[in-house]
Each structure stands twice: as structure tokens, then as C-alpha cells.
Design a protein around this ligand. Structure first.
Ligand code: ZN
Ligand code: ZN
Ligand code: FE
Length: 753
């Protein structure tokens, strides 16, 4: 029997070859009808024999193109029109505007082989792309996803490109960034004085030679400029550190093949899959034997490596396959990645000797994504290029929500019916340029996802700029919801795993504003989505000197020592500076109370003499973890004493005393570092067991930036599994404050129900 159905497909289905796929599938199954894009997704009219229609639907579900991401397919029966053939119709604008965009992905193999084919008309053309690959999110200005709404708009396609664009059988059919050397963007190499360094065209050869000579080159990529330098050349890498004013924070590396990376690193199968994925993130992999420059990641045993992903990068590595490049975001210290041609010479002029640029605007800027793998499971550190703005599925929300996230490592999020979209990594709001980019990106997301908020969610920290901005933005009738920081951490894990019943949430964090006005950060919560109870935490200590303690970690060490031993503390220096800090502690002026475990890591690193000052937030903790990797902990393990019933307090003083006893007992620093990690692991599991006894809850969620620590993450998961807990960790967002916006949405959705 013949039947006709109307099918509505939502998800990433535009600009990824979905319509030609529907067209071909329909023809294969003898289906007549039509397919078109509208502002909600794709609409299909299909007529055919019942069995054929079923087959057709099954194939839509199972075999969609690689970049497509189907969120829902809804179909309903309609009257027969009895037309013949299957056609692709003109795009249509509907009332609902909810189209999605593919993230920017790596150039595909087919395009790459054309790129290196001397007979191809796009031979060595850096903007070669097709419906399966290349830029998307970074070039979108507005909906619907049509060329005129992208930064390709100024480029008029030549006859050859137009023919490809219009041919449903061509792999560049409706590929919005379609271009060629005749009609598309052009790449050029400039020197530091904005003078063209080589005639138009083949900049790659010149760039490789400059890199070999130790020069630093700003290269415009997908989401912004990279700063490139020869990663095997100490002089070049050190110079880049000096000019970027970045003494410690590791640089990302790029290689042209896995084989080259393996000269320097051990790569596990899961790491390899990530490295080779179309998202092409930076993956932290363990170094070994032969070394890249010691200035790439000083003191650390993991390197952030990625494979080349743009045609131009592939070109560079084809000219020198042995090359390893530092490819770090083009910015000065913590400013946002530079992506504008108007300002790049001014902003990066003191860093880069040369500039590779092109005449297409980057609209959605973004850094490379960063992941690490523990027990063959991937975890995000930074979710950005390649992943943003793919939607995360979510339970129904009746209202449109904007969640601001936190002030540090910010990503915000928008939520509408049935989906959440996280923004790219934006950085720290105390930097005025970052704040500016944050505000612009919020507005950009509202526009391209048509997501004007009815509800705005922010962290409850009274000093947070994001909270301030939420209040500025909220218009008449906009509801504001405030969420406690660590509740958001745990709620984000719940959202990712679709958990609804209360769980034990362990939020180990740098800092977050608590409901009692102190700085929290070692929280064990009994958390539902809508509410939580603070069930356990480390006992408070003072952060002397306010903000300065974050960089002068020796002050935290001193504070811990003073808390345990008074003025007669047995280790660390007792000089004039120390005297000043002790005075601050005793008078409690300019000293905040905190229980942050991130700060405990800082303090312990200082007590052990591993770190005194840090240039970046996690530096002391990372070096402490490195020491622990070198050391071995002793048996039996030390469980930090804790007490209390309705609110368990873990005794920070006894932890300090324990560490000091190991030092004065003559134990090696690396072994003490290992012992410290094991104590935290042991204690965390013990506290969870104690909470389970009281609450009967057997599910534990882990969140907070401290879980970037591999020893801690793997150790706590292991120990909890041994104790019979179900353990939930992040899957789609980082455990650091990059997850806050997702958690804020989860809490707001519950409160609005
Ligand atoms: Zn391609
Ligand atoms: Zn062309
Ligand atoms: Fe946090």
C-alpha cells in the first residue's frame, strides 16, 4: 500500500550534506517527494510503498553523514500527492528559528588529496573544503546557515565553484565555504612591519624556512591566530616564553603525524583515537625518552600534542615531516585569542616576527580544545574548537535559559526546548578584553540560536562579574536564578548522566562562594538538582593577603603551618616576609577563610619546597602531582581524621601535622607528595562511606578542577568502585569551571518546574 509521510529532522543537519544524502537514499528506495531546509532543520516529504518507507526511515536514522548530528526525527502521515521523482527544494524560513551549526572540523582526506594533487584546480589552495569538512561555526554570522550569513559573503563564487555548489551529486553541493584560488580568500605572509614578505601565493615554503631559523610566526587558523615556533629549538621556545610573558604554562605542540609524536611520547589507543578524530583536539600524552625543547612544558611529564588539521598546516608538515611546532594561542598571557586582522599586528607585534593571514573574517573565535585520558576514558580540560557548538541533549525545558557560568575559565550556555549549547572556552573575566569577548559572544549566541533568554542564571558570588552582567542584561520579566558554585559543579554531572535522585557530590575545587560567605572548595554535597546539603568539607584555614595568596602560594603554606603549630612552626623559612604574613593571620585583616582543597594543594607544595610563587593557577598543584608520580607512598596509608554527623569536618590541621612529621622524619619529598595524594584519596573514600551510612546513597559524582590531577581522579574512582559505589564523572564538559553553566541550567530547570 502506498503511503505519504512528512518528516521533521532536528539537529545538525544543515551544511553537512544531509539533503543530498536524503535525496540519494530516497532514490535508492524508490521514494518520491522532496527535502528542504528551513530555520528549524530539515523537512522531508516521502511517498512510497510501506516497506520501502520503513527502509528509507531506517537508513535516515542509521547512515546519516559524518558531520550530521540528529537530535530527533518526527514523522506523521499526510495525504498522498502522488508526484513522481524526488527533489531538493529551496530553503524556507519558518516561525521557529532553531537551526544548529556544525563545529569547525579538520580538512577531510578527500580534500587533502586534492590539495596535494598538482593537477587539481585547488592544488595547495589553503581554503579547500567540502560539505564534510572545514570551517562552520567560526564563519557563521546569523541564521539560517546560508553563504550570505557567513563571512564567505564577500566572495562571489566563480562559474566552476557555482556548478559544484548547485550539483546535488557533487560533494560540494551547498557547501557554504566553497571556494577556489579564482574566487575565494587568499593567504599572505607579512613581516612585522605589515610589509608583504613573499609575493601572493606560496607562503608555506617561506614559513618553514623562517621557523627553521628560530623565528616566531603568527598564523591565522580557524578560530584565531596561533603563535608558531620550532618546538625542538630551545632558543625559539624560550624567546616565545619571554615575549608571551608566560614562564610556566605548557605550550601545545603540533606534529604532522602520529609517528613523529611517538618519537617523544607514549600514546594509548584512546589517546590516538582522539588525536586522529575530526575534532583534532590537543591531547595530553606522556612524554618519554627523546625530548622536545625543555621549555615546552618545564617540569611536566605530559605534553599537549595535536595533529595538523588545516590545509595550510598540512602543507607546512609536508615540506618538513620531522618538524614539531609549538602552536600556542595567539595572545599575551591570559588575554583572549587574537582573531581580528585589524588588531593583530598591534597586539601580537611584540611577539611574532612574521604574520600569516588571510582575508576572511573569523566570527566565532575560539582556542583549540584540550583533553586528557585516564583509564582510556577521555576528559575535557577545554571544550572549544571541534566541539562547540554541537548541542547537548537535555530534558525538556519550558523556557529559554541563559546560564552565565563562572568568572574563571568561563563558558556560558543557552538552553531551549530539549537542547543545551555550551559556548566555547572564553577565559577569565578579570581580564577586560576577555570580558568584552564574553559579552559579544553571549549576544552572538542569542542571535544565531535565536535564544533570547526568559531566565538568566548566574553564580551567587557577589563579586562575580558574570553575576553583575546577568543583572544588567535582565529585562522586564526576565527571571534571575542564582546557583551555588559547587552545587552547579555536581548538577552538571547529573545533567550529563541524566541523574535525578539525590547523589553524593564531591566537588574538589580552587574556589567558589559558599552560602555562609566563606570560600568553599572541598565540598561533599548531598545534592539533588534543585537543592543540596553541605555534608562534609575540610576545616577552614586563612588565605592571608587576599588575592596575592593565589600567586604567592608560600603564604598558604605558612598559614597552614601557623594554624597547626603557631609561631614555632618547624619547617619553611622564618624571615621578615613570613613575619608580615603571620601578623596578617593573627590580626585576621585581609585574610579570607577557605576550605578549598585546591589551596591545600598549593600550601602543601609550598611546605614541601616544591613551589613558592606561581605564574598560573594550577602550577603548584601540577608540580606536586609530578613529584608524586616520581615518589612512592608508604603503607599503611594515612586517613585524615574527620568528625561530625550532620556536617563532617575533615581535619586540615592534622593533615598539616602529618605532612610535617614526614618531613622531619626524613622522608623524601617525592614520597611525601605521593603519600599526600594517597591520603586525600583514602580520606575521600572514607568520607563517602560515612555519608552512605547516613543517607543510603550509593551514587557519587566527581567534579571540580582538582580532578585534572590524574592520580587523584584514577585513585578516587578506584577506591570508590572497591567500596561498591557507582561513580559518575564528566563526559561532555570539563570538570573545571567550564562545567558551571551546564550545572546552572540543570538547577534552574528543576527550580522552574
Ligand atoms: Zn573535505
Ligand atoms: Zn571558485
Ligand atoms: Fe569551580
Amino acid at each position: 500500500m502506498k503511503k505519504a509521510i512528512a518528516i521533521r529532522v532536528r539537529g545538525i543537519v544543515q551544511g553537512v550534506g544531509f539533503r543530498p544524502f536524503v535525496h540519494q537514499t530516497a532514490q535508492r528506495h524508490g521514494i518520491s517527494g522532496s527535502v528542504l531546509n528551513d530555520t528549524e532543520g530539515v523537512v522531508i516529504h516521502a511517498e512510497g510503498e510501506e516497506g520501502d518507507l520503513e527502509e528509507f526511515m531506517r537508513e535516515l536514522h542509521d547512515n546519516f553523514p559524518p558531520l550530521a548530528m540528529i537530535m530527533s526525527i518526527v514523522s506523521e502521515e499526510i495525504p498522498l500527492i502522488a508526484g513522481a521523482g524526488f527533489v531538493i527544494e529551496e530553503s524556507r524560513i519558518t516561525k521557529e528559528r532553531a537551526a544548529f551549526y556544525s563545529p569547525d572540523v579538520a580538512v577531510c582526506d578527500q580534500c587533502l588529496s586534492e590539495f596535494f594533487d598538482t593537477r587539481n584546480r585547488r592544488h595547495r589552495y589553503p581554503f579547500i573544503t567540502c560539505i564534510q569538512c572545514g570551517p562552520r561555526f567560526s564563519i557563521v554570522r546569523d541564521i539560517p546557515y546560508d553563504r550570505r550569513n557567513t563571512s564567505m559573503n564577500p566572495f562571489t563564487m566563480c562559474a566552476a565553484c557555482t556548478a559544484e555548489y548547485r550539483d546535488p551529486a557533487d560533494r560540494r553541493f551547498h557547501s557554504q565555504p566553497n571556494a577556489c584560488p579564482e574566487c575565494g580568500p587568499k593567504m599572505s605572509l607579512y613581516d612585522n612591519n605589515k610589509k608583504l614578505a613573499v609575493p601572493d601565493g606560496d607562503a608555506a615554503q617561506a614559513v618553514v624556512e623562517l621557523l627553521r631559523r628560530g623565528r616566531i610566526i603568527a598564523i591565522k587558523g580557524i578560530g584565531g591566530y596561533h603563535l608558531a615556533a620550532d618546538g625542538l629549538n630551545d632558543g625559539a621556545v624560550l624567546e616565545l616564553r619571554k615575549r608571551k610573558r608566560r614562564p610556566f604554562k605548557p605550550f601545545a605542540l603540533m606534529a604532522g603525524s602520529i609517528g613523529i609524536m611517538e618519537r617523544f611520547c607514549d600514546i594509548t589507543p584512546a589517546e590516538r583515537r582522539l588525536l586522529e578524530s575530526k575534532e583534532r583536539p590537543i591531547v595530553l600524552i606522556r612524554g618519554r625518552g627523546r625530548q622536545v625543547s625543555g621549555y615546552v612544558a618545564p617540569g611536566l611529564s605530559f605534553f599537549g600534542f595535536m595533529l595538523s588539521y588545516t590545509p595550510f598546516q598540512h602543507h607546512l608538515f609536508s615540506l618538513d615531516p620531522d618538524m614539531v611546532l609549538v602552536m600556542t594561542s595567539g595572545n599575551i598571557s591570559d588575554e583572549p585569542i587574537e582573531h581580528r586582522d585589524e588588531t593583530v599586528f598591534e597586539r601580537l607585534g611584540r611577539i611574532a616576527d612574521y604574520f600569516v593571514t588571510y582575508d576572511r573574517e573569523i566570527i566565532g573565535q575560539g582556542d583549540d580544545s584540550v583533553l586528557y585520558v585516564v583509564d582510556e576514558k577521555p576528559y575535557f580540560i577545554r571544550r572549544s574548537r571541534g566541539y562547540v557548538p554541537a548541542p547537548l541533549l537535555s530534558s525538556e525545558s519550558s523556557r529559554s535559559i541563559l546560564a552565565m557560568g563562572g568568572d574563571l575559565k568561563n563558558s556560558f550556555a543557552v538552553a531551549r526546548k530539549g537542547f543545551i549549547i555550551m559556548s566555547q572556552y572564553l577565559g577569565d573575566m578579570e581580564d577586560p578584553l576577555t570580558l568584552d569577548v564574553f559579552k559579544k559572544t553571549v549576544q552572538h549566541f542569542i542571535k544565531i540560536f535565536d535564544a533570547g533568554p526568559e531566565v538568566i542564571v548566574a553564580d551567587m558570588h557577589p563579586g562575580y562579574i558574570t553575576r553583575q552582567y546577568a543583572r544588567e542584561m535582565a529585562g522586564e520579566g526576565t527571571q534571575i536564578v542564582e546557583v551555588q558554585h559547587h552545587h552547579a559543579h555536581i548538577a552538571s554531572v547529573m545533567e550529563e548522566h541524566d541523574l535525578h535522585a539525590p547523589i553524593i557530590g564531591v566537588a574538589f575545587d580552587g574556589t567558589g562562594y559558599g552560602t555562609d560567605g566563606s570560600l568553599w572548595g572541598s565540598e561533599f554535597l548531598i545534592a539533588g538538582r534543585g537543592e543540596f546539603e553541605r555534608a562534609a568539607h575540610f576545616s577552614n584555614f586563612l588565605l592571608p593577603g587576599g588575592e596575592s595568596a593565589i600567586t604567592d602560594v608560600w603564604k598558604i603554606g605558612l598559614s597552614l603551618l601557623y594554624q597547626a603549630f603557631g609561631r614555632d612552626y618547624p619547617v619553611m623559612a622564618r624571615d621578615a616576609d613570613a613575619g608580615n604574613v603571620i601578623e596578617i593571620i593573627e590580626k585576621k585583616i585581609n585574610a579570607a577563610l577557605t576550605c578549598s582543597i585546591g589551596r591545600i594543594f598549593d600550601g602543601v607544595a609550598a611546605i614541601l619546597g616544591i613551589s613558592s610563587f606561581v605564574s598560573t593557577e594550577a602550577e603548584a598543584a601540577q608540580l606536586l602531582e609530578e613529584a608524586a608520580l616520581r615518589g612512592t607512598s608508604r603503607i599503611p596509608l594515612f586517613t585524615i581524621p574527620f568528625s561530625g554527623t550532620s556536617e563532617i569536618i575533615i581535619n586540615t590541621v592534622e593533615l598539616t601535622e602529618h605532612i610535617v612529621s614526614l618531613i622531619t622524619g626524613g622522608m623524601k619529598i617525592d614520597d611525601i607528595a605521593a603519600d599526600f595524594h594517597q591520603s586525600i584519596i583514602q580520606t575521600t573514600a572514607a568520607v563517602c562511606r560515612s555519608l552512605r551510612e547516613r543517607t543510603r546513597i550509593n551514587e557519587v559524582a566527581l567534579s571540580g578542577g582538582v580532578f585534572h590531577n590524574r592520580i587523584l581522579l584514577a585513585g578516587i574512582i578506584d577506591r570508590l568502585h572497591e567500596a561498591g559505589f557507582s561513580v559518575y564523572t564528566h563526559r561532555f564538559v570539563p570538570c573545571n569551571d567550564g562545567c558551571i553553566a551546564l550545572g546552572q541550567i540543570a538547577v534552574a530547570k528543576e527550580l522552574l518546574r
